[in-house]
Ligand binder design. Sequence first.
Ligand code: FES
Length: 56
Amino acid sequence: MIVCICNALREDDVRRAARDGASCPTTAYKTLGRKPRCGQCFSFAREIITAERATA
Ligand code: FES
């Protein structure tokens, strides 16, 4: 599933960034070499990051 349309980031990408230590969407996108743009994906990305970090 695509999480961030602006950056074409998939859920798997965001989960990987969270496992690599990213604790927020901005850091996760930076880890993936991207930058936040419109911000519409943030709440969904945050949920994914929180869930991934909870299971780590
Ligand atoms: S959808 Fe992610 S920054 Fe726009």
